[in-house]
Design a binder for this molecule. Sequence first.
Ligand code: FES
Length: 116
Amino acid sequence: MQDQTWQAIEIPDEGGATVFTLSIAGAREEGFVVRTRGKLHAYINRCPHNGSTLDWMPGRFFSEDGEVLVCQTHGALFAPDSGTCLSGPCPRGLTPLPLREEEGQLFVPSILDAVE
Ligand code: FES
């Protein structure tokens, strides 16, 4: 994975998420960052089942109990700290994205050549 350009985005609260857009190999994609147990994790907002976005409304990714990420299309469940598929029709986990925290700011890529 090669990152080229970074953008600053809002740091999500615990159990929350921040959605952003980026370019991957020239294609526009959506990404999101979640905070769970105090740690931040970034993924591409594309379900590995059929490619839809996970959130039913912008920024709503967590289950009601805040334990897992839910794809709102067919209910696949993902671990928020790894993106691993826990149950449902997902054939694999979410695609992770890099992030950086510096001096109280959160940076995610705005342009990537590719993801693994
Ligand atoms: S598109 Fe996500 S579970 Fe089907």
